[in-house]
Design a protein around this ligand. Structure first.
Ligand SMILES: Cc1cc2nc3c(=O)[nH]c(=O)nc-3n(C[C@H](O)[C@H](O)[C@H](O)COP(=O)(O)OP(=O)(O)OC[C@H]3O[C@@H](n4cnc5c(N)ncnc54)[C@H](O)[C@@H]3O)c2cc1C
Length: 417
Protein backbone atom coordinates (compact mmCIF):
# COMPACT_ATOMS: atom_id res chain seq x y z
CA UNK A 1 0.00 0.00 0.00
CA UNK A 2 1.19 3.58 -0.75
CA UNK A 3 2.69 5.29 2.29
CA UNK A 4 0.78 8.40 3.45
CA UNK A 5 2.23 11.06 5.77
CA UNK A 6 0.78 14.35 7.02
CA UNK A 7 2.14 17.84 7.51
CA UNK A 8 0.74 21.31 8.00
CA UNK A 9 2.37 22.82 4.92
CA UNK A 10 3.87 21.17 1.86
CA UNK A 11 6.37 23.32 -0.05
CA UNK A 12 7.09 22.31 -3.66
CA UNK A 13 10.62 23.29 -4.76
CA UNK A 14 13.75 24.15 -2.76
CA UNK A 15 15.00 27.21 -4.67
CA UNK A 16 15.13 30.54 -2.80
CA UNK A 17 11.33 30.82 -2.87
CA UNK A 18 10.80 27.35 -1.38
CA UNK A 19 13.55 27.67 1.24
CA UNK A 20 12.35 31.06 2.43
CA UNK A 21 8.71 29.93 2.59
CA UNK A 22 9.66 26.80 4.55
CA UNK A 23 11.86 28.83 6.93
CA UNK A 24 9.02 31.20 7.86
CA UNK A 25 6.45 28.42 8.36
CA UNK A 26 8.89 26.41 10.49
CA UNK A 27 9.81 29.51 12.50
CA UNK A 28 6.14 29.99 13.33
CA UNK A 29 6.06 26.47 14.83
CA UNK A 30 4.21 24.54 12.11
CA UNK A 31 5.22 21.25 10.54
CA UNK A 32 6.52 21.88 7.06
CA UNK A 33 7.90 19.47 4.47
CA UNK A 34 9.74 20.35 1.25
CA UNK A 35 9.94 18.22 -1.90
CA UNK A 36 12.54 19.03 -4.54
CA UNK A 37 12.85 17.39 -7.93
CA UNK A 38 16.62 17.79 -8.31
CA UNK A 39 19.66 16.60 -6.39
CA UNK A 40 21.48 19.62 -4.88
CA UNK A 41 23.80 21.32 -5.69
CA UNK A 42 22.21 21.92 -9.10
CA UNK A 43 22.80 24.65 -11.65
CA UNK A 44 20.21 27.38 -12.02
CA UNK A 45 20.54 30.86 -13.48
CA UNK A 46 19.72 33.99 -11.41
CA UNK A 47 22.97 35.02 -9.77
CA UNK A 48 22.79 38.74 -9.05
CA UNK A 49 20.60 39.51 -6.03
CA UNK A 50 18.95 42.80 -5.01
CA UNK A 51 19.31 44.47 -1.59
CA UNK A 52 15.58 44.01 -0.83
CA UNK A 53 16.25 40.23 -0.46
CA UNK A 54 18.43 40.87 2.56
CA UNK A 55 15.47 41.94 4.69
CA UNK A 56 13.80 38.62 3.96
CA UNK A 57 16.87 36.47 4.73
CA UNK A 58 17.36 38.37 7.96
CA UNK A 59 13.72 37.93 9.04
CA UNK A 60 13.80 34.13 8.56
CA UNK A 61 17.26 33.71 10.15
CA UNK A 62 19.06 32.73 6.95
CA UNK A 63 21.25 35.81 6.59
CA UNK A 64 24.13 34.72 8.81
CA UNK A 65 24.65 31.32 7.19
CA UNK A 66 24.89 33.00 3.80
CA UNK A 67 27.19 35.74 5.11
CA UNK A 68 29.65 33.08 6.33
CA UNK A 69 30.08 31.78 2.76
CA UNK A 70 31.93 34.90 1.61
CA UNK A 71 29.94 35.47 -1.56
CA UNK A 72 30.86 38.50 -3.69
CA UNK A 73 29.35 41.65 -2.20
CA UNK A 74 27.33 43.78 -4.62
CA UNK A 75 26.93 47.52 -4.09
CA UNK A 76 25.30 48.64 -7.29
CA UNK A 77 24.48 48.29 -10.95
CA UNK A 78 26.42 49.83 -13.79
CA UNK A 79 25.08 50.29 -17.32
CA UNK A 80 27.54 50.79 -20.18
CA UNK A 81 26.92 51.86 -23.80
CA UNK A 82 29.71 52.84 -26.20
CA UNK A 83 31.92 54.11 -23.40
CA UNK A 84 29.08 56.00 -21.66
CA UNK A 85 28.48 54.82 -18.11
CA UNK A 86 25.45 55.05 -15.81
CA UNK A 87 26.52 53.94 -12.36
CA UNK A 88 23.91 53.35 -9.66
CA UNK A 89 25.26 52.90 -6.17
CA UNK A 90 22.70 51.42 -3.78
CA UNK A 91 23.92 53.66 -0.94
CA UNK A 92 22.44 56.60 -2.90
CA UNK A 93 18.94 55.19 -3.03
CA UNK A 94 15.80 57.13 -2.14
CA UNK A 95 13.95 54.51 -0.05
CA UNK A 96 15.27 53.44 3.34
CA UNK A 97 16.68 49.91 3.27
CA UNK A 98 19.64 47.67 2.57
CA UNK A 99 22.37 49.18 0.42
CA UNK A 100 24.17 46.00 -0.60
CA UNK A 101 23.64 42.34 -1.38
CA UNK A 102 25.50 39.43 -3.03
CA UNK A 103 26.39 37.95 -6.40
CA UNK A 104 26.19 34.18 -6.06
CA UNK A 105 26.72 30.98 -8.01
CA UNK A 106 23.25 29.64 -7.38
CA UNK A 107 24.21 25.98 -7.00
CA UNK A 108 26.21 26.91 -3.90
CA UNK A 109 23.83 29.59 -2.67
CA UNK A 110 20.68 27.45 -2.86
CA UNK A 111 22.47 24.55 -1.15
CA UNK A 112 23.58 26.90 1.64
CA UNK A 113 19.92 27.69 2.30
CA UNK A 114 18.73 24.06 2.20
CA UNK A 115 21.64 22.88 4.41
CA UNK A 116 20.69 25.51 6.99
CA UNK A 117 17.07 24.37 6.94
CA UNK A 118 18.02 20.72 7.35
CA UNK A 119 20.19 21.68 10.32
CA UNK A 120 17.08 23.18 11.87
CA UNK A 121 15.47 19.74 11.52
CA UNK A 122 13.32 20.49 8.51
CA UNK A 123 12.61 17.59 6.13
CA UNK A 124 13.62 18.18 2.50
CA UNK A 125 13.20 15.28 0.08
CA UNK A 126 15.57 15.76 -2.88
CA UNK A 127 15.20 13.95 -6.19
CA UNK A 128 11.51 13.75 -5.44
CA UNK A 129 8.93 14.98 -7.92
CA UNK A 130 5.34 16.01 -7.41
CA UNK A 131 3.27 14.09 -9.94
CA UNK A 132 -0.34 14.76 -8.87
CA UNK A 133 -2.36 16.82 -6.40
CA UNK A 134 -5.94 16.33 -5.25
CA UNK A 135 -7.59 19.19 -3.35
CA UNK A 136 -10.26 18.17 -0.85
CA UNK A 137 -13.43 20.04 0.23
CA UNK A 138 -11.83 21.47 3.40
CA UNK A 139 -8.89 22.96 1.35
CA UNK A 140 -6.48 20.27 2.51
CA UNK A 141 -4.82 18.20 -0.20
CA UNK A 142 -3.26 14.87 -1.03
CA UNK A 143 -0.09 15.15 -3.11
CA UNK A 144 1.52 12.21 -4.87
CA UNK A 145 5.31 12.27 -4.97
CA UNK A 146 7.80 9.94 -6.62
CA UNK A 147 11.45 9.57 -5.61
CA UNK A 148 14.46 8.64 -7.79
CA UNK A 149 13.92 4.93 -7.04
CA UNK A 150 10.37 5.16 -8.38
CA UNK A 151 8.95 4.89 -4.84
CA UNK A 152 5.53 6.59 -4.61
CA UNK A 153 4.28 8.33 -1.47
CA UNK A 154 1.28 10.49 -0.62
CA UNK A 155 1.41 13.60 1.56
CA UNK A 156 -1.66 15.03 3.22
CA UNK A 157 -1.19 18.75 3.84
CA UNK A 158 -3.39 21.49 5.24
CA UNK A 159 -1.91 23.91 2.71
CA UNK A 160 0.49 23.88 -0.26
CA UNK A 161 3.03 26.55 -1.17
CA UNK A 162 4.04 25.98 -4.79
CA UNK A 163 7.56 27.38 -5.24
CA UNK A 164 8.48 25.11 -8.16
CA UNK A 165 9.94 27.88 -10.36
CA UNK A 166 10.09 26.97 -14.04
CA UNK A 167 8.48 23.60 -13.06
CA UNK A 168 5.14 25.49 -12.55
CA UNK A 169 3.57 22.46 -10.85
CA UNK A 170 0.12 23.78 -9.88
CA UNK A 171 -0.40 26.06 -12.94
CA UNK A 172 0.44 23.07 -15.18
CA UNK A 173 -1.68 20.53 -13.31
CA UNK A 174 -4.70 22.86 -13.11
CA UNK A 175 -4.33 24.87 -16.36
CA UNK A 176 -3.68 28.23 -14.72
CA UNK A 177 -1.07 29.50 -17.19
CA UNK A 178 -1.81 32.74 -19.03
CA UNK A 179 0.09 34.13 -22.02
CA UNK A 180 2.83 36.66 -21.17
CA UNK A 181 2.54 40.06 -22.85
CA UNK A 182 6.34 40.38 -23.18
CA UNK A 183 8.13 39.48 -26.41
CA UNK A 184 10.05 36.17 -26.35
CA UNK A 185 13.79 36.50 -25.61
CA UNK A 186 16.72 34.16 -25.48
CA UNK A 187 19.95 34.08 -23.47
CA UNK A 188 23.31 32.42 -24.17
CA UNK A 189 25.59 32.35 -21.16
CA UNK A 190 28.49 30.68 -19.36
CA UNK A 191 30.80 31.10 -16.40
CA UNK A 192 34.22 32.31 -17.55
CA UNK A 193 37.65 33.00 -16.12
CA UNK A 194 38.17 36.68 -15.32
CA UNK A 195 41.79 37.11 -14.18
CA UNK A 196 42.08 40.81 -15.02
CA UNK A 197 38.78 41.96 -13.56
CA UNK A 198 40.36 44.56 -11.26
CA UNK A 199 41.94 46.27 -14.26
CA UNK A 200 38.65 46.58 -16.05
CA UNK A 201 35.86 47.14 -13.52
CA UNK A 202 35.13 46.82 -9.84
CA UNK A 203 33.79 43.32 -9.20
CA UNK A 204 31.28 44.60 -6.65
CA UNK A 205 28.46 45.47 -9.02
CA UNK A 206 26.58 43.92 -11.91
CA UNK A 207 27.53 45.41 -15.27
CA UNK A 208 24.93 45.55 -18.01
CA UNK A 209 26.32 46.38 -21.44
CA UNK A 210 24.15 47.66 -24.28
CA UNK A 211 25.68 45.50 -27.00
CA UNK A 212 23.60 46.70 -29.95
CA UNK A 213 19.96 47.82 -30.25
CA UNK A 214 17.83 45.19 -28.47
CA UNK A 215 20.85 43.14 -27.35
CA UNK A 216 22.40 43.37 -23.90
CA UNK A 217 25.02 41.57 -21.85
CA UNK A 218 25.30 40.74 -18.15
CA UNK A 219 28.64 40.58 -16.34
CA UNK A 220 28.32 39.19 -12.81
CA UNK A 221 31.62 38.60 -10.98
CA UNK A 222 31.75 36.01 -8.16
CA UNK A 223 34.19 36.02 -5.23
CA UNK A 224 35.88 32.88 -6.66
CA UNK A 225 37.39 34.94 -9.51
CA UNK A 226 34.92 33.36 -11.95
CA UNK A 227 32.42 35.64 -13.71
CA UNK A 228 29.00 34.92 -15.17
CA UNK A 229 28.65 36.32 -18.69
CA UNK A 230 25.41 36.23 -20.67
CA UNK A 231 23.94 37.69 -23.86
CA UNK A 232 20.22 38.42 -24.15
CA UNK A 233 18.25 39.27 -27.24
CA UNK A 234 15.27 38.32 -29.32
CA UNK A 235 15.88 34.74 -30.55
CA UNK A 236 16.34 35.80 -34.21
CA UNK A 237 19.52 37.77 -33.40
CA UNK A 238 21.38 34.60 -32.38
CA UNK A 239 20.39 32.86 -35.60
CA UNK A 240 22.49 35.41 -37.50
CA UNK A 241 25.64 34.26 -35.72
CA UNK A 242 26.95 31.02 -37.22
CA UNK A 243 28.26 27.92 -35.46
CA UNK A 244 27.47 25.96 -32.33
CA UNK A 245 26.70 27.62 -29.02
CA UNK A 246 30.35 28.01 -28.04
CA UNK A 247 31.30 29.55 -31.39
CA UNK A 248 28.37 31.96 -31.14
CA UNK A 249 29.32 32.86 -27.54
CA UNK A 250 32.97 33.47 -28.45
CA UNK A 251 32.20 35.51 -31.57
CA UNK A 252 29.81 37.70 -29.56
CA UNK A 253 32.69 38.41 -27.16
CA UNK A 254 35.10 39.12 -30.02
CA UNK A 255 32.73 41.62 -31.65
CA UNK A 256 32.78 44.15 -28.80
CA UNK A 257 36.16 45.60 -27.74
CA UNK A 258 34.90 46.08 -24.15
CA UNK A 259 34.26 42.32 -23.87
CA UNK A 260 37.16 41.21 -26.05
CA UNK A 261 39.71 43.00 -23.84
CA UNK A 262 38.40 41.38 -20.70
CA UNK A 263 37.23 37.93 -21.80
CA UNK A 264 38.80 37.34 -25.23
CA UNK A 265 41.56 35.10 -23.84
CA UNK A 266 39.70 33.60 -20.87
CA UNK A 267 38.39 30.02 -20.80
CA UNK A 268 34.79 28.94 -20.24
CA UNK A 269 34.22 27.07 -16.98
CA UNK A 270 31.40 25.13 -18.64
CA UNK A 271 30.09 24.95 -22.18
CA UNK A 272 27.69 27.86 -22.86
CA UNK A 273 24.04 27.17 -22.13
CA UNK A 274 20.92 28.68 -23.67
CA UNK A 275 17.52 29.52 -22.26
CA UNK A 276 14.47 31.03 -23.90
CA UNK A 277 10.77 31.68 -23.45
CA UNK A 278 11.11 32.44 -19.73
CA UNK A 279 8.41 35.11 -19.39
CA UNK A 280 5.50 33.47 -17.62
CA UNK A 281 2.18 34.48 -16.16
CA UNK A 282 -0.63 32.79 -14.23
CA UNK A 283 -4.33 33.54 -14.00
CA UNK A 284 -4.30 33.49 -10.16
CA UNK A 285 -1.55 33.59 -7.55
CA UNK A 286 -3.67 31.57 -5.10
CA UNK A 287 -6.59 29.17 -4.90
CA UNK A 288 -8.42 26.91 -2.43
CA UNK A 289 -5.65 25.24 -0.43
CA UNK A 290 -2.64 26.67 -2.23
CA UNK A 291 -0.57 29.76 -2.95
CA UNK A 292 2.05 30.29 -5.66
CA UNK A 293 5.34 32.05 -4.90
CA UNK A 294 8.52 33.01 -6.75
CA UNK A 295 8.83 32.35 -10.43
CA UNK A 296 5.58 30.37 -10.55
CA UNK A 297 3.63 33.60 -10.13
CA UNK A 298 5.10 35.68 -12.92
CA UNK A 299 8.60 36.12 -14.28
CA UNK A 300 9.25 39.09 -16.52
CA UNK A 301 12.82 39.45 -17.69
CA UNK A 302 16.33 39.15 -16.22
CA UNK A 303 17.58 42.67 -17.04
CA UNK A 304 17.05 44.14 -13.57
CA UNK A 305 17.90 40.96 -11.60
CA UNK A 306 14.50 41.00 -9.92
CA UNK A 307 13.83 37.22 -9.90
CA UNK A 308 15.26 36.14 -6.55
CA UNK A 309 14.00 39.33 -4.91
CA UNK A 310 10.41 38.54 -5.98
CA UNK A 311 10.94 34.88 -5.07
CA UNK A 312 11.92 35.75 -1.51
CA UNK A 313 9.53 38.66 -0.90
CA UNK A 314 6.53 36.71 -2.24
CA UNK A 315 7.46 33.66 -0.18
CA UNK A 316 7.73 35.67 3.03
CA UNK A 317 4.34 37.25 2.46
CA UNK A 318 2.71 33.95 1.41
CA UNK A 319 4.18 32.04 4.37
CA UNK A 320 3.01 34.69 6.84
CA UNK A 321 -0.52 34.50 5.42
CA UNK A 322 -0.49 30.68 5.49
CA UNK A 323 0.52 30.83 9.16
CA UNK A 324 -2.29 33.32 9.81
CA UNK A 325 -4.74 30.89 8.19
CA UNK A 326 -3.42 27.89 10.13
CA UNK A 327 -4.02 29.91 13.30
CA UNK A 328 -7.67 30.16 12.30
CA UNK A 329 -7.60 33.83 11.26
CA UNK A 330 -9.27 35.05 8.06
CA UNK A 331 -7.06 35.80 5.04
CA UNK A 332 -8.08 37.90 2.05
CA UNK A 333 -5.65 36.42 -0.48
CA UNK A 334 -6.56 38.87 -3.24
CA UNK A 335 -6.03 41.98 -1.15
CA UNK A 336 -3.29 40.79 1.19
CA UNK A 337 -1.27 38.83 -1.37
CA UNK A 338 -2.01 39.30 -5.09
CA UNK A 339 -2.70 43.04 -4.94
CA UNK A 340 0.47 43.64 -2.91
CA UNK A 341 2.70 41.61 -5.26
CA UNK A 342 1.14 43.30 -8.26
CA UNK A 343 2.49 46.71 -7.19
CA UNK A 344 6.07 45.43 -7.42
CA UNK A 345 5.51 43.34 -10.54
CA UNK A 346 3.90 46.26 -12.36
CA UNK A 347 6.74 48.60 -11.41
CA UNK A 348 9.33 46.22 -12.84
CA UNK A 349 7.14 45.53 -15.88
CA UNK A 350 7.19 49.26 -16.69
CA UNK A 351 10.96 49.33 -16.26
CA UNK A 352 11.46 46.25 -18.45
CA UNK A 353 9.26 47.72 -21.21
CA UNK A 354 11.13 51.06 -20.91
CA UNK A 355 14.44 49.19 -21.18
CA UNK A 356 13.47 47.52 -24.44
CA UNK A 357 11.79 50.57 -26.04
CA UNK A 358 14.84 52.79 -25.39
CA UNK A 359 13.21 55.09 -22.77
CA UNK A 360 15.60 53.96 -20.06
CA UNK A 361 18.64 54.29 -22.30
CA UNK A 362 17.70 57.95 -22.82
CA UNK A 363 17.51 58.39 -19.03
CA UNK A 364 20.54 56.32 -18.04
CA UNK A 365 22.94 57.88 -20.53
CA UNK A 366 21.74 61.49 -20.37
CA UNK A 367 24.53 63.94 -19.62
CA UNK A 368 22.54 65.67 -16.91
CA UNK A 369 20.66 63.49 -14.43
CA UNK A 370 18.38 65.05 -11.85
CA UNK A 371 19.94 63.84 -8.53
CA UNK A 372 16.58 63.15 -6.83
CA UNK A 373 15.26 61.15 -9.77
CA UNK A 374 18.52 59.22 -9.95
CA UNK A 375 18.03 58.23 -6.30
CA UNK A 376 14.44 57.20 -6.98
CA UNK A 377 15.47 55.04 -9.95
CA UNK A 378 18.29 53.61 -7.85
CA UNK A 379 15.71 52.38 -5.31
CA UNK A 380 13.89 50.46 -8.03
CA UNK A 381 17.18 48.87 -9.09
CA UNK A 382 17.72 47.85 -5.43
CA UNK A 383 14.32 46.12 -5.38
CA UNK A 384 12.44 48.68 -3.27
CA UNK A 385 9.42 48.56 -5.55
CA UNK A 386 6.71 48.86 -2.91
CA UNK A 387 7.61 52.33 -1.60
CA UNK A 388 4.72 54.45 -2.84
CA UNK A 389 6.54 57.63 -1.81
CA UNK A 390 8.67 56.94 -4.87
CA UNK A 391 6.94 58.36 -7.98
CA UNK A 392 8.57 55.60 -10.07
CA UNK A 393 6.53 53.11 -7.99
CA UNK A 394 3.32 55.12 -7.92
CA UNK A 395 3.21 55.79 -11.64
CA UNK A 396 6.21 54.10 -13.22
CA UNK A 397 5.34 54.19 -16.89
CA UNK A 398 4.18 57.81 -16.99
CA UNK A 399 7.11 59.04 -14.86
CA UNK A 400 9.69 57.29 -17.05
CA UNK A 401 8.15 58.64 -20.25
CA UNK A 402 7.89 62.16 -18.80
CA UNK A 403 11.52 62.15 -17.68
CA UNK A 404 12.80 60.80 -21.02
CA UNK A 405 10.80 63.46 -22.87
CA UNK A 406 12.34 66.27 -20.78
CA UNK A 407 15.86 64.88 -21.28
CA UNK A 408 15.28 64.48 -24.98
CA UNK A 409 13.99 68.07 -25.29
CA UNK A 410 16.87 69.51 -23.23
CA UNK A 411 19.47 67.62 -25.22
CA UNK A 412 17.97 68.75 -28.52
CA UNK A 413 17.90 72.37 -27.30
CA UNK A 414 21.48 72.05 -26.00
CA UNK A 415 20.33 72.79 -22.42
CA UNK A 416 22.11 69.81 -20.85
CA UNK A 417 25.52 70.25 -19.23
C1 LIG B 1 18.51 34.29 -18.40
C2 LIG B 1 18.06 34.56 -17.00
C3 LIG B 1 18.88 35.29 -16.14
C4 LIG B 1 18.47 35.56 -14.82
N1 LIG B 1 19.25 36.33 -13.98
C5 LIG B 1 18.81 36.66 -12.76
C6 LIG B 1 19.60 37.45 -11.87
O1 LIG B 1 20.71 37.89 -12.19
N2 LIG B 1 19.10 37.72 -10.64
C7 LIG B 1 17.88 37.24 -10.22
O2 LIG B 1 17.47 37.52 -9.09
N3 LIG B 1 17.14 36.46 -11.02
C8 LIG B 1 17.56 36.17 -12.26
N4 LIG B 1 16.80 35.34 -13.06
C9 LIG B 1 15.55 34.80 -12.52
C10 LIG B 1 15.81 33.60 -11.57
O3 LIG B 1 16.32 32.51 -12.33
C11 LIG B 1 14.51 33.16 -10.90
O4 LIG B 1 13.66 34.25 -10.70
C12 LIG B 1 14.73 32.48 -9.55
O5 LIG B 1 15.55 31.36 -9.68
C13 LIG B 1 13.37 32.11 -8.95
O6 LIG B 1 13.54 31.34 -7.78
P1 LIG B 1 12.45 30.25 -7.40
O7 LIG B 1 12.83 29.73 -6.07
O8 LIG B 1 11.09 30.80 -7.62
O9 LIG B 1 12.62 29.13 -8.53
P2 LIG B 1 13.85 28.13 -8.82
O10 LIG B 1 15.11 28.73 -8.38
O11 LIG B 1 13.71 27.75 -10.24
O12 LIG B 1 13.53 26.86 -7.89
C14 LIG B 1 12.42 26.03 -8.14
C15 LIG B 1 12.73 24.61 -7.72
O13 LIG B 1 11.56 23.80 -7.88
C16 LIG B 1 11.95 22.51 -8.30
N5 LIG B 1 10.83 21.80 -8.97
C17 LIG B 1 10.35 22.03 -10.21
N6 LIG B 1 9.37 21.15 -10.51
C18 LIG B 1 9.22 20.36 -9.42
C19 LIG B 1 8.36 19.25 -9.12
N7 LIG B 1 7.46 18.77 -10.01
N8 LIG B 1 8.48 18.65 -7.91
C20 LIG B 1 9.41 19.10 -7.01
N9 LIG B 1 10.25 20.14 -7.26
C21 LIG B 1 10.14 20.76 -8.43
C22 LIG B 1 13.12 22.80 -9.24
O14 LIG B 1 13.96 21.67 -9.39
C23 LIG B 1 13.81 23.97 -8.57
O15 LIG B 1 14.91 23.58 -7.76
C24 LIG B 1 17.20 35.07 -14.36
C25 LIG B 1 16.40 34.33 -15.24
C26 LIG B 1 16.81 34.08 -16.54
C27 LIG B 1 15.91 33.31 -17.44
Amino acid sequence: MTKMESCDVLVIGAGPAGSVAAAFVEKAGFHVRVVEKEKFPRFVIGESLLPRCMEVFEACDLLDVVRKKGFQEKFGAKFVRNGNVADYNFSDQFSPGWTWTWQVPRAEFDTTLTDALRERGLQIDFETTVTAIEFLEDESSITTIKDSQGEVEKIKAKFIIDASGYGRVIPRLFNLDAPSNLLPRKAIFAHVEDPDREKHEEPNRIIIVNYSPGVWVWIIPFSSGITSLGFVSDPAFFENTRGDLNIKFRSLIENLPYLKNRFGASKNIFEPKKLEGWSTKTEHFFGKGFVLTGNVTEFLDPVFSSGVMFATVSSQLAAELVVKKLKGLPVDWQMEYSDVLKIGVDTFRSFVLAWYDGTLETIFYSKKQDPLMKKQICSILAGYVWDEKNPFVKNPSAELKRLAKIIDFEERMGISA
